[in-house]
Design a protein around this ligand. Structure first.
Ligand code: G4P
Length: 283
């Protein structure tokens, strides 16, 4: 059953191909970096990731720690840890935070190196697959770990041209996911959460829908942010539009310029002017 009542309709045709490529390559991978956004720890997770990565070791990397509501996100961290995942919460805009990932990778893959040492072999480069939906910080993470050097693509026979292995100086080779993977598309809230945090191209979004969603959400769960940011005490959507419209001058002949207000609210959240919000509420 499809419960998706939003106008967000962006299921890409090449997803199946991407999945197939990863499934074919997964045998060569030592560890998976599953990257999700700390503001949407449920919505940004790829739906059938476990079928793709099978029983590979994984680090669940929650990016954008600096933007989330840490108390709410920590409930999700606990939930995933209880499921047995290694979870790391990072701010990739901070200089050194990503190093936690490198340390944990070596810790988790220690058994691989120990076995090699027992056979008199040198340590191997650990192969890490970076996987996640758009906009969660995969490229930022890769740039951090590779030190933003020119990407060095490993030529390995048998590896399809679509897979890029990127060398680093830290004993880890990164495999960037080719193409795009999507989360739980059939849930309306998931689509709205991803849209509200900038994961879907703006051109295909209905701004009024996304903005009303953001304002209603803030009124319900973060009224103090509404008050601080827009001086709003109300939870009435029309009143909220009116107040913001007046504040930003998007008000003409007693008419609210809805489009402008919607764009302002969307840009405030996506442009990191609204912080401390986690859109997946732990119930
Ligand atoms: P992707 O490859 O998964 O699609 O994501 P990408 O690295 O392009 O990151 C998407 C946006 O998220 C980028 O912002 C990036 O800077 C930002 N970002 C990634 N990690 C963090 C984090 O931990 N904290 C914060 N605050 N932002 C993060 P952008 O506006 O698209 O580009 P720019 O700011 O780098 O110019």
């Amino acid at each position: 059953m499809n419960d998706n009542k939003t106008n967000i309709n962006w299921y890409p045709g090449h997803m199946a191909k991407t999945k197939r490529l990863i499934i074919d390559e997964i045998k060569n991978i030592d560890i998976v970096y599953e990257v999700i956004d700390a503001r949407i720890p449920y919505s940004s997770k790829i739906k059938d990731i476990d079928n793709i990565i099978k029983n590979k070791q994984r680090i669940l990397i929650m990016t954008k720690k600096d933007l989330c509501d840490i108390n709410m996100t920590n409930k999700w961290v606990k939930y995933y840890e209880e499921k047995g995942y290694n979870v790391i919460l990072v701010d990739l805009k901070e200089n050194k935070d990503y190093k936690k990932i490198i340390d944990l990778t070596h810790q988790i893959t220690k058994n691989i190196q120990t076995k090699r040492q027992e056979k008199g072999l040198n340590n191997k480069e650990i192969r890490a697959l970076v996987i996640g939906i758009p906009n969660v910080g995969k490229s930022t993470l890769i740039n951090k770990i590779t030190g933003k050097k020119t990407v060095n693509v490993e030529n390995r026979p048998g590896v399809t041209k679509n897979l890029n292995y990127l060398k680093t100086d830290v004993g880890i080779t990164l495999l960037d996911t080719p193409g795009i993977l999507w989360p739980k598309l059939d849930e309306e809230k998931v689509a709205l959460n991803i849209a509200a945090t900038g994961g879907i191209k703006q051109e295909i979004l209905n701004m009024d829908e996304i903005s009303s969603y953001i304002l209603n959400f803030l009124a319900t769960y973060y009224p103090e942010i509404l008050k601080e940011k827009y001086n709003i005490n109300s939870s009435d959507i029309m009143e909220m539009y009116e107040i913001i419209g007046k504040n930003i001058g998007a008000f003409k002949n007693n008419e609210i310029l809805y489009d402008k207000v919607s764009l302002k609210v969307y840009n405030d959240l996506v442009g990191e002017k609204i912080k401390g919000v986690t859109l997946d509420i732990w119930q």
